[in-house]
Design a protein around this ligand. Structure first.
Ligand code: SAM
Ligand code: SF4
Length: 329
């Protein structure tokens, strides 16, 4: 079993396969996109597979593929199929914006992907366009339908943004009335790929919950699963559930079991750190598996206690302003 210097189990890897995306969610990246990584700066699929294989041998049990948008990277299904065959991997999941995903859902089911997080901040096509700058709402909904049809567990991720989509909180919850989905409301974080100063948070998890209770006074608290990042609730009689993720308030660090690898191979042991080592560079310098393992263990043994400490440890000039797409949200 892998543990860190604070006694927390590490068994979950989030791997971002690209920084590129076909949407421009305003909380994630500027409208003209990011300074995209060159092909040679990206980890190759072989390098990703090699890293995942070692990490699974070391104790990682669950891998989530994210980005950027995973489905804009060529041959992603071939890579997912290879990953799904890794001995010892118990769970393979992914996070997608759903624009290109629908045609792949049956194959995802076949290779054993049992749950998918679908990002959807609004049920209104006009607001979808104003948030993402792309007219893709119908394709995202087609993915949602296909996931349900194939019996894949769906979690909808909605970032709550002041003045943009707070009117969608209740309609999104209404989806849980007749559908077995979990709708999770995420506090907006400062990872928007922009240098503008982030001025606090108007919709924290407490305010989101108050808003929900205003419409559903009898909302029931559910037990939060081990390592859950969300506070979970259910409207009595509804099929699905609701989660609130305090991603900015960072209330879940005490049981954090996750690490991240960015598209350029940077290992992050906390969402808020600045990268603790570059796995791709080590692989390209020909490091042996034993030495890579030692380096990884070292980073796990010097992990920040929480997101506040990780953020403080960053150099001042490198404050938090990168995009979630380059981190792997
Ligand atoms: N493109 C895919 C998608 O949107 O689902 C996967 C990558 S995206 C970076 C992963 C998740 O990060 C999405 O659910 C998105 O809503 C969330 N995210 C991105 N920027 C965020 C921010 N500034 N604050 C909170 N969540 C954010
Ligand atoms: Fe793209 Fe996902 Fe970022 Fe939106 S949140 S811009 S879909 S990477």
């Amino acid at each position: 079993m892998l543990t860190d210097n604070h006694g927390r189990k590490i068994n979950y890897l989030r791997l971002a396969v690209t920084d590129r995306c076909n949407l421009r969610c305003f909380y994630c990246m500027p409208e003209d996109g990011l300074n995209w990584l060159s092909r040679s700066a990206l980890m190759t699929y072989e390098e990703m597979l090699q890293s995942c294989s070692l990490l699974v041998k070391m104790g990682i049990e669950k891998i989530r593929i994210t980005g950027g948008e995973p489905f804009v990277r060529k041959d992603i299904m071939k890579f997912l199929t290879s990953l799904s065959e890794l001995q010892g991997l118990k769970e393979l999941t992914l996070t997608t914006n759903g624009v290109l995903t629908a045609p792949h859902v049956a194959e995802l089911k076949r290779i054993g992907v049992s749950s998918v997080n679908l990002s959807l901040d609004t049920l209104d096509a006009g607001r979808f366009f104003s948030i993402t700058k792309r007219d893709e709402f119908s394709n995202v909904m087609a993915t949602f339908d296909e996931l349900l049809k194939q019996g894949i567990d769906v979690k909808i991720n909605a970032v709550v943004m002041d003045g943009k989509n707070t009117q969608d909180i209740i309609p999104l919850i209404e989806l849980t009335k007749k559908l077995p989905v979990s709708v999770r409301f995420i506090e907006e974080m400062p990872f928007n790929g922009d240098d503008h100063v982030y001025t606090g948070l108007k919709w924290d998890y407490i305010r989101i919950l108050e808003e929900i209770k205003g419409a559903f006074a009898d909302i029931k608290k559910l037990d939060d699963p081990l390592y859950s990042t969300s506070y979970n609730y259910q409207v009595p009689g509804y099929m699905g559930s609701i989660g609130i993720i305090a991603a900015y308030s960072r209330t879940f660090c005490g049981s954090c079991n996750r690490i991240r690898i960015t598209p350029e191979g940077e290992l992050k042991t906390c969402l808020y750190d600045n990268g603790v080592m570059n796995i791709k560079d080590q692989l390209r310098q020909g490091i042996s598996e034993d030495n890579l393992k030692l380096m990884l263990l070292n980073t796990f043994n010097s992990r920040a206690k929480n997101g506040w400490e990780a953020e403080r440890q960053r150099a001042k000039s490198q404050g938090v302003h990168e995009s979630m797409a380059t981190i792997g949200g």
